[in-house]
Design a protein around this ligand. Structure first.
Ligand code: ZN
Length: 133
């Protein structure tokens, strides 16, 4: 787990940057991680962390939901994806988590290197652009 970060988005960006910093390995394989929220020890607020990065191997990444307060599901799409969109499975996972676990944002690092977010079912498949800074 890496952090703390002051916001969900800061943790998302840092996780994606860590993947890209490793020889842009996201061009060839899919990777994913979660962003979790923790209450500060002195209860003065909350911090955000990203979990260990999971390697999807030759297919789509599959990740176990952590026990902590999950805020976001983040993953990459390699260059073999022809669009910058979320996949049909991504939408399926979003609905499954929302209905069986908890609602959370889905962030995608697209094949062209931009960040896209889906906060609601209607945001799939295109997502909304998220700036890098
Ligand atoms: Zn996907």
């Amino acid at each position: 787990m890496t952090g703390p970060f002051s916001s969900e988005l800061a943790a998302v960006r840092a996780g994606f940057k860590a993947i890209m910093a490793d020889n842009n390995k996201q061009h060839y394989k899919e990777f994913g991680f979660w962003v979790i929220m923790k209450i500060k020890a002195d209860k003065s607020g909350v911090n955000f962390f990203y979990t260990d990065i999971v390697d999807g191997g030759s297919g789509e990444v599959s990740m176990t939901v952590p026990h902590e307060m999950v805020r976001a599901n983040c993953h990459t799409h390699p260059k073999r994806y022809t669009t910058g969109n979320f996949s049909t499975n991504d939408k399926k996972n979003f609905k499954m988590l929302r209905d069986k676990k908890r609602a959370m944002a889905f962030y995608l690092l697209t094949p062209s290197g931009s960040i896209s977010v889906a906060n609601e079912e209607k945001d799939f498949p295109g997502g909304k652009d998220v700036p890098w800074s």
